[in-house]
Design a protein around this ligand. Structure first.
Ligand SMILES: [Zn+2]
Length: 398
């Protein structure tokens, strides 16, 4: 059935910059955008009144760790008193503790808890989400998580992009042996079962070296995976340069990345992905230099990095606000980062991320009359409707 989103105060089309249309409407047919602009209403259509509202492309969260067991509030309580994340990780906390709790959870338990989280995402306007594995480590446990993601993908209204993440080295295993296991067993198995679109690795001083990361990603490339990398979050070990060298779809975190690395990413077409929720949650002083990105026209995506250790925020409107508050990002750039550039980071911009004829009819309709109020109303839930492929999946149409 056709849908008419009528008379919005602002439609952020994201064609060039925000490209705002005022007092405009969107016509949807068969789950796709048919027309944007001045459209006469037709009684037969399903009409959504957007009077006084901002219509934005559905939000794209291009980096999450949404499937996990347990929780880590004790660690949080320690960290706020000044204990460093690296120290907690070395003492068996951090990722290792979520690995233990994820191993203990059955596929059904992981599925149910993640589905609940996905339903919350929808309330905050997310229509496309990437989900990483990475709390399994062993071949069987990584595949278990990826199978859960596959089930979520089948059952959820959202578009879900699965990623196999090489996250950390299991206890009692030598680095070299684990890299071999990843390359010789896990990557081929995941590829054969078609369980992931991307392969990602945590390249940092507390995780894998640049050389190890390169080896793993090159092998993933041979199996046809798109590439992503967690880079330069705790130190500059040239992870962003590696992303440029391997032409990764995205490099994520980037607190320590230098101007030279940003230039290299721009040249190679890598989408830098910034995660202000994690910067805030970990109380990092070091932040990505958003001014340099702007100066070099290297446009960052924004994502939540939702995970049990370093960011429990899944609301993308809050992430947009945090990019402005924590990084000093311009409001316009933050909105673009959560839509258009998020879609680019997932290689999906031909289908989602902007409001243009022929694209998928994914929208979030905010209960505010201009876009600057989206981050400004930080403490309020301002999502009125979430619409996926032309169907309201959150909010009541009265
Ligand atoms: Zn992450």
């Amino acid at each position: 059935m056709a849908m008419l989103i009528r008379n919005a105060s602002e439609i952020l089309t994201m064609k060039r910059g925000l490209s705002i249309l005022k007092n405009a409407s969107v016509l949807v047919e068969n789950g796709k955008i048919r027309k944007v602009g001045q459209i006469k209403s037709d009684k037969a259509r399903n009409v959504v009144d957007a009077n006084g509202c901002v219509v934005c492309p559905g939000l794209v969260d291009s980096h999450t760790h949404l499937v996990y067991g347990g929780s880590r509030e004790d660690e949080f309580a320690m960290r706020v008193t000044g204990v460093k994340y690296e120290k907690i990780a070395k003492a068996g906390g951090g990722i290792a503790s979520t690995v233990r709790m994820t191993h203990q959870a059955s596929e059904d338990i992981l599925y149910k808890s993640a589905m609940k989280r996905l339903k919350n995402l929808v309330k905050h306007g997310t229509t496309t989400v990437e989900i990483k594995s990475g709390y399994g480590l062993s071949p069987a446990e990584e595949i278990k998580t990826l199978r859960v993601i596959k089930r979520l993908k089948k059952d959820s209204e959202l578009d879900i992009v699965p990623t196999y993440l090489v996250h950390t080295i299991p206890d009692q295993m030598k680095r070299r042996d684990y890299i071999d296991l990843v390359i010789e067993e896990i990557i081929p198995k995941v590829a054969r079962a078609k369980l992931a679109d991307f392969c990602d690795i945590f390249c940092d001083k507390i995780a894998f070296t640049r050389r190890e990361s390169e080896k793993v990603l090159l092998s993933a490339k041979k199996y046809g995976f798109g590439l992503k990398i967690h880079a330069d979050q705790f130190a500059d070990i040239h992870g962003a340069y590696l992303a440029a060298k391997l032409k990764c779809a995205s490099a994520d975190h980037l607190e320590y990345s230098t101007k030279g690395a940003i230039r290299a990413m721009k040249k190679a077409g890598v989408v830098p992905t910034l995660l202000p929720g994690a910067t805030l949650f970990l109380q990092f002083k070091k932040k990505p230099n958003v001014r340099t990105y702007k100066k070099l026209y290297c446009h960052p995506a924004l994502a939540s990095d939702y995970n049990p250790g370093s960011c429990m925020i899944y609301s993308m409107p809050k992430i947009i606000a945090l990019a402005c508050i924590v990084y000093g990002m311009h409001v316009e750039d933050a909105l673009l980062g959560a839509t258009k550039y998020g879609a680019r980071a997932l290689c999906l911009f031909n289908r989602i991320g902007s409001i243009e004829t022929g694209k998928q009819a994914d929208f979030v309709i905010f209960n505010v009359d201009n876009y600057k109020k989206i981050p400004y109303y930080f403490g309020e839930d301002i999502v009125r409707y979430t619409i996926k492929k032309g169907r309201i999946i959150y909010g009541k149409n009265s």
